[in-house]
Design a protein around this ligand. Structure first.
Ligand code: SAH
Length: 464
C-alpha cells in the first residue's frame, strides 16, 4: 500500500519539517501488522514528495489469535489497499503532523499548502466513485479516480471496486492527514479490528472542525464505527454538541430496530465468509444453500468458478424473488449466471432435486423450524439428501446476555423457535452423527467471549 503526498510550495522540502521525517533518509517502523516505511522519491525546492509504504504481513494477520474470519485467509487484499491499517500507520508514524504540531516551524503547520495526495489502491466498496467524490469534494478536494478492472486479461469480468485516487487541494497538512485517517477506512468499509468506544473518541478527535458539518456525516460515522448502533449514536451526539444541534434530537432520529439489524449484518458477513472458506477449502464443486433466504451466500458462491453448480432453496417465495433480483443485478459474466439455480421447497420433506450434491450450507435456518419438525429435517438432510459435507450454523444462546437491549430469555429474532447453548447444539449434532453416520467438528463464529463462546456457532459434518 502506497500513499504519496506532494507539495509545490517553495521551498518544497519544508514538507520534511512538517512530517517530522528527513527528506534525505528512508525510515522504517515496526507496527503490529507489518512495517511502515517513509521515504522521499522526489526532493527539490520546487516539488517534494513523501511516500508512506505499508508492508502488511498477511500470514501474520491470519495467524493472529483473534483475527476476524475475513482475514483468516492468507490471500486477502489487505497488503495492497489503503485501509484502516493506513490510518494506524498515519497516527503512529506521522502522529505529530496529524496533530498539527511542527516544533521547529510551527507557522508552517498552520498554513494551507498546495498538496496532492495519491493513494495507489483504494477499495471503494458500496457507492463506488460517486461516494468517493461525496466524501472528498465537500472538503475542497479536486478528485481524480481511475478504476481498475478485475483482471486485465479478462475484461469481460468487469470492473473491480479498486481505484487509484488523486486528491488535490490547498489545505493544512494536518487536515489532509485527518481526512485520510477517517475517510479511507470509510471507503474500504471493512475494519481489521472490532470497534469499541475508543473509536468514537478517535473519530471525534480526527473529525474535529470538519466532520460535524460534512453533508455525509451520518454515513461516515456509521461506516467508521462499523454500524454499531450505540457507538454511532454517541458519536453523532458528540458532533451535534460541536455544531449546536440538540443531541437528543439526533439520538431520536436513529431507528433502534434497524441499528440492531445493521450491527448484525457485520456478524452475518463474517459468518458467511467463514462458511464460504470452509466450502472452498473442502474443494467441493456442487453446492446447496438450504434456506438461502435473500441469497447473500449465493452471491458469494456465484462468483467463484470452483463451484460448478450452486442451488439455493427456500420456503419463502418472497425471499427467492429478492435473491433472484440480487443475482440479476450482480455483474456476472456468461457461464456464471447459469451455474446458480433457485428452487422453492421445504427442508422438512424429501426432495429428489437436492440429491447427489457434494455439500450443503444451512446458515441460520434450523432455529426457524418448530422443534417437532427438526427431526424431519435431520432425517431428510442426513438420511436422504446426504451430501458429503454439511455446514450448519445457529445462534449461541449463551451469548445473548451480551446483547444490550435484548430482554433476558428472549430470542434474537421474532421467528426463532429456539436458540441453543453450545452444549445443546453439540448434543443434537452428536445424535445426528450416530444416527446417520457422519462426524462433526464444532467451532464458534464471531468474536469469542472466553466464558460465553462466540455469538454464533458452526458445525461441519462429514459423511462417514
Ligand atoms: N441462510 C440465509 C437466510 C437465513 S434466514 C442467510 O444466512 O442469510 C432463514 C431462512 O430459512 C429464511 O429465508 C426462511 O424462509 C428459511 N426457512 C425457514 N424454514 C424453512 C423450511 N422449512 N424450508 C426451507 N426454508 C426454510
Amino acid at each position: 500500500m502506497l500513499l504519496t503526498i506532494t507539495t509545490t510550495r517553495s521551498p518544497a522540502t519544508d514538507l520534511g519539517w512538517l512530517l517530522h521525517k528527513h527528506p534525505e533518509r528512508t525510515q522504517s517502523f515496526d507496527l503490529t501488522f507489518g512495517q511502515a516505511h517513509i521515504f522521499y522519491p522526489e526532493v527539490t525546492d520546487e516539488r517534494c514528495t513523501a511516500a508512506l509504504l505499508l508492508d502488511v504481513d498477511p500470514v501474520g494477520l491470519a495467524r493472529r489469535d483473534r483475527a476476524p474470519e475475513m482475514l483468516a485467509q492468507y490471500v486477502n487484499d489487505r497488503p495492497y489497499v489503503a485501509s484502516s491499517f493506513m490510518s494506524v500507520a498515519i497516527s503512529q508514524v506521522l502522529g505529530s503532523a496529524l496533530g498539527g504540531n511542527c516544533r521547529l516551524k510551527p507557522e508552517l503547520a498552520e498554513e494551507p499548502l498546495p498538496l496532492v495526495a495519491k493513494l495507489a489502491v483504494v477499495p471503494c466498496r458500496r457507492g463506488g466513485e460517486g461516494f468517493l467524490r461525496k466524501l472528498f469534494e465537500p472538503l475542497g478536494y479536486a478528485v481524480t479516480a481511475t478504476r481498475h478492472p478485475l483482471d486485465t486479461q479478462f475484461p469481460e469480468w468487469g470492473e473491480s471496486p479498486y481505484f487509484t485516487v488523486v486528491l488535490t487541494a490547498t489545505v493544512r497538512v494536518a487536515e489532509l492527514l485527518s481526512h485520510l485517517y477517517v475517510l479511507v477506512p470509510v471507503l474500504d468499509d471493512e475494519k481489521h479490528y472490532w470497534v469499541t468506544h475508543d473509536e468514537v473518541e478517535k473519530l471525534l478527535r480526527h473529525g474535529e472542525g470538519w466532520l460535524a458539518t460534512h453533508p455525509e456525516k451520518e454515513q461516515i460515522t456509521a461506516r467508521y464505527l462499523k454500524r454499531q448502533g450505540k457507538l454511532v449514536k454517541s458519536a453523532l451526539a458528540g458532533m451535534a454538541a460541536d455544531d449546536g444541534t440538540d443531541p437528543d434530537e439526533v439520538a431520536a432520529d436513529q431507528d433502534l430496530a434497524e441499528e440492531r439489524l445493521e450491527a448484525k449484518v457485520s456478524l452475518h458477513e463474517r459468518r458467511l465468509a467463514t462458511v464460504l472458506a470452509v466450502l472452498q477449502e473442502a474443494g467441493v464443486k456442487r453446492v446447496l444453500d438450504l434456506g438461502c433466504g435473500e441469497g447473500k451466500l449465493l452471491r458469494l458462491l456465484a462468483t467463484d468458478p470452483r463451484f460448478t453448480e450452486v442451488v439455493g432453496l427456500d420456503v419463502s417465495v418472497r425471499s427467492l424473488e429478492i435473491a433472484r433480483q440480487r443475482l440479476d443485478r450482480q455483474r456476472l459474466f456468461d457461464g456464471q449466471r447459469e451455474r446458480v439455480k433457485l428452487l422453492h421447497g421445504a427442508l422438512t420433506y424429501r426432495d429428489a432435486r437436492l440429491e447427489g450434491f457434494d455439500a450443503a450450507a444451512v446458515v441460520e435456518v434450523i432455529e426457524h423450524l418448530d422443534p417437532p419438525r427438526l427431526e424431519a429435517f435431520s432425517r431428510v438432510m442426513f438420511g436422504c439428501t446426504r451430501p458429503g459435507l454439511v455446514i450448519l450454523t445457529t445462534p449461541n444462546r449463551e451469548y445473548n446476555v451480551k446483547f444490550e437491549g435484548l430482554p433476558a430469555g428472549k430470542f434474537r429474532h421474532a421467528d426463532h423457535r429456539f436458540e441453543w447453548t453450545r452444549a445443546e447444539f453439540a448434543d443434537w449434532c452428536n445424535s445426528v452423527c450416530s444416527q446417520h453416520s457422519y462426524t462433526v467438528r464444532l467451532s464458534p463464529l464471531g468474536d469469542e467471549d472466553p466464558i460465553l463462546g462466540g455469538p454464533s456457532q458452526m458445525a461441519v459434518f462429514t459423511r462417514g
